[in-house]
Design a protein around this ligand. Structure first.
Ligand code: NAD
Length: 255
């Protein structure tokens, strides 16, 4: 389905991004993984994606660093000759009650989750337009981009920004044949929420009440939606936030 497509996944050494990279490779794509982790630390995750048999390239890139993003994007183009699908997925969460959020914590979320997504998305789009590539850009948002979940204000605000960034890009890049969409995972038992479920008892207690379908999601369920948005099956979709949240955003109140 994605044979010959050159694909970038940021945060691809993390739980959701690594599953996205694997499923994109299984669909036939060549995959470039960026992450802030060293190549040595990311090695098991790189090897996992290689099992699909297609070329896999890793680069240690901090998406906050604009010149690093530009250089690494140009490196993809010189190595592979194209850049067709971009998954701007890297992100962080660090909980704190609203009254205790430090300016540094606020800024770190904006820098990584929002400005990092802008860096990756804009640089990729500039290269796609210059080379007349009708690419696809997929952001990882979150179901809480629209929902004020307790104690993660910098995160929810950054993801609300990602949704509008995606819509602006979809609006302005449609004329070039570039499709821009977002996946909005719910609570996944892996990655950021997986760690919160273990480390934050109050978070786990809240989660136990809010998922209409019962259980947290899996990276596989999120990555399937990413492959769908990357595929020709969604040729008429742009500017969409695709929710994969087990119904969380439907609000399950106590019975
Ligand atoms: N896990 C969930 O329940 C959940 C729910 C909704 C949305 N999301 C989103 O999914 C995405 C992936 O998160 P995850 O849950 O797999 O967490 P994760 O921590 O497993 O993966 C995130 C990856 O991003 C990388 N990263 C962090 N800062 C970076 C930077 N400055 N430059 C490059 N890479 C950086 C990390 O090293 C890590 O490998 C995030 O955008 C997150 O907000 C996750």
């Amino acid at each position: 389905m994605l044979d010959g497509k050159i694909t970038l996944v940021t945060g691809g050494a993390g739980d959701l991004g690594n599953e996205m990279a694997l499923q994109l490779a299984q669909a036939g794509a060549s995959v470039v993984i960026w992450d802030i982790k060293s190549e040595a630390d990311a090695r098991p995750r790189i090897e996992r994606v290689k099992i699909a048999g297609n070329p896999v390239h890793y680069a240690q890139v901090d998406i906050r660093d604009r010149s690093a993003v530009e250089a690494a994007t140009d490196d993809i183009l010189s190595r592979f000759g194209s850049l067709d699908i971009v998954c701007a997925n890297a992100g962080i969460v660090d909980s704190a009650p609203f009254l205790e959020i430090s300016p540094e914590k606020w800024q770190r979320h904006i820098d990584i989750n929002l400005t990092g997504s802008f860096n990756v998305g804009q640089v990729a789009a500039q290269r796609m337009v210059a080379r007349k590539i009708k690419g696809r850009i997929i952001f990882t948002s979150s179901w809480v981009a629209d929902i004020p979940w307790p104690e993660i204000t910098p995160y929810t605000v950054s993801k609300a920004g990602v949704n509008m960034l995606m819509k602006q890009m979809a609006r302005e890049l449609a004329v070039y044949g570039i499709r821009v969409n977002a996946v909005a995972p719910g609570i996944v038992k892996a990655g950021l929420a997986g760690r919160q479920l273990v480390e934050e008892p109050l978070y786990a207690a809240r989660v136990s009440k809010v998922i209409p379908l019962g259980d947290p999601g899996t990276p596989v369920e999120i990555a399937q939606a990413v492959v769908y948005l990357a595929s020709p099956q969604t040729s008429y979709m742009t500017g969409t936030v695709l929710l994969i949240d087990g119904g969380c955003s439907l609000f399950q109140f106590d019975q």
